[in-house]
Design a protein around this ligand. Structure first.
Ligand SMILES: Cc1cc2nc3c(=O)[nH]c(=O)nc-3n(C[C@H](O)[C@H](O)[C@H](O)COP(=O)(O)OP(=O)(O)OC[C@H]3O[C@@H](n4cnc5c(N)ncnc54)[C@H](O)[C@@H]3O)c2cc1C
Length: 434
């Protein structure tokens, strides 16, 4: 029976379209309280000497919240953006509104799950339940042809089985009206108010990324219908410079400004109009990697954060602060790696080709503890996503889901192949170093 107040705890599902958490709560309650918690203490906390969130990603998050607040206001609702610890903020809301349920997106990350468990236990003590709902993958976990424990350890096996044996659900429409309890409007702080530095925009950035659902759909419409670039994706995806070589959907996907299902169904529409080809298929193929790592992390949980990874293998564990610092600063002397590391530090983005080379160099050539590199990427990346980051790093360190074991990249060969004229290196380095 419908009734009472339900709290919708937004985390990284910051959208109205295809948001199963929001729709689930609205089906069960007359009135909802939408809340986002800015857990600044957590964002500032460090691992291996790096913050969990850098100022660029914080800015992107705050822009996203501003956009979500605007979209809610247009539907008669108010999003509460509150600074604090999730348990404290949500318990206050439970008590204030007499809510019996909190709804949140299901998580796969170890720390994210621990936070949800803390909230769940605290809420129980006040007679409220926490319900978590899957909403971030292309394939719904309930539709997988295997249970979580049996998720194949090899991507190709996973891909072939899901493609053959299951289907992708329709995306949900955004609600036309949202009824919230009487709420005071909350304002969204600036990063500097929260103790973060103001990031400087670098004109060499692949895109001037702006957070929010609206910008996510703008980018999708540009990449699909306006430019038809998606029809060439398979040939261009190893590029290094500019906005057009790949979709650049990742920062929006990471915060859930857009769902992979929305992208998939928009792509199907595109294929009806412009035709399907290897490139349009390849975009889905890449989104399947994203799904795969999410399910792999659900299976192996905290093992993905251990040095030996899911294979429990002995690997390099050096922590040479000088070597790490040179890598971070882009002063290793290996121009292709250095150029990529400059791009990451100055823009918050790095191409997939760059990430593979920079990470392989860190694990194999420098032979450092791979988790330090992953922690640095976590701080810097605009599109940081717990499973995509840590599982890709584990893969390159040879302790993840790679059937071939150690995936070594010959950096000089890669630079020659993907930056043959040295344009990318020239863009990011003094010409004397190229
Ligand atoms: C060491 C390392 C760390 C990474 N960390 C992250 C991360 O924190 N967040 C993140 O979103 N991606 C991560 N990736 C994957 C990939 O590099 C980025 O998703 C991609 O470069 C983003 O650009 P794009 O949106 O233009 O991708 P496109 O090439 O246009 O691909 C479309 C989408 O497919 C997904 N995708 C593509 N490649 C991968 C992949 N290898 N693994 C998982 N998903 C993929 C992404 O959601 C991407 O937006 C990492 C890769 C490596 C090698």
């Amino acid at each position: 029976m419908k009734g009472g107040v339900g709290i919708v705890w937004f985390t990284n599902d910051l959208r109205l379209t295809d948001n199963a958490v929001l729709m689930h709560a609205m089906e069960r309650h007359d009135v909802i309280v939408p809340v986002f918690v800015l857990d600044i203490e957590h964002y500032r906390s460090e691992q291996f000497g790096f913050r969990r969130m850098g100022s660029r990603r914080l800015k992107f998050l705050l822009e996203t919240l501003t956009d979500l607040q605007r979209a809610m206001r247009e539907r008669g609702a108010h999003l509460q953006v509150l600074v604090g610890r999730p348990t404290d903020v949500l318990l206050d809301a439970v008590k204030r509104f007499g809510a019996k349920c909190i709804y949140v997106k299901k998580e796969v990350g170890y720390e994210e799950n621990r936070t949800q468990e803390e909230v769940m236990h605290a809420a129980w003590k006040h007679g409220a339940e926490l319900t978590s709902i899957s909403t971030s993958t292309l394939y719904h976990p309930q539709d997988l042809p295997f249970g979580v424990r049996d998720v194949p350890d090899v991507f190709t096996e996973f891909r072939k089985r899901v493609e053959r044996e299951t289907h992708i659900r329709e995306a949900l429409s955004a609600p036309e009206r949202i009824i919230t309890a009487a709420l005071d409007p909350t304002s969204i702080p600036e990063g500097v108010d929260l103790g973060f530095e103001e990031p400087v925009h670098d004109s060499r950035s692949v895109l001037p990324f702006v957070g929010g659902e609206q910008s996510a759909f703008n980018r999708l419409h540009y990449y699909f219908d306006e430019s038809l670039l998606v029809s060439k994706y398979k040939e261009t995806r190893n590029g290094l410079i500019g906005g057009d070589y790949s979709s650049k959907f990742s920062p929006w996907l990471a915060l859930g400004c857009i769902s992979p299902r929305s992208i998939y169904w928009e792509l199907k529409q595109y294929e009806l109009k412009h035709g399907a080809n290897d490139s349009t298929y390849w975009l889905v193929f890449e989104l399947l990697w994203r799904d795969y790592f999410r399910f792999a992390m659900k299976k192996y949980k905290q093992k993905f954060f251990l040095l030996g990874g899911i294979q429990e293998k002995p690997v390099a564990s050096a922590q040479d602060s000088k070597a790490v610092q040179q890598w971070v600063d882009g002063s290793t002397g290996v121009a292709f790696v250095d150029a990529n590391m400059h791009e990451l530090r100055l823009t918050g983005f790095m191409s997939n080709r760059g990430r593979q080379n920079a990470a392989s160099y860190f694990c194999n050539d420098l032979a450092q503890d791979w988790r330090i590199g992953a922690a640095y990427f976590e701080e810097q990346l605009l599109d940081y996503d717990v499973s995509s980051n840590w599982c890709n790093w584990a893969y390159l360190a040879g302790v993840g889901n790679d059937p071939r074991g150690n995936r070594y990249f010959d950096i000089q060969k890669q630079a020659k192949q993907y930056d043959s004229g040295g344009e990318y290196r020239k863009l990011w380095l003094d010409s004397t170093k190229v």
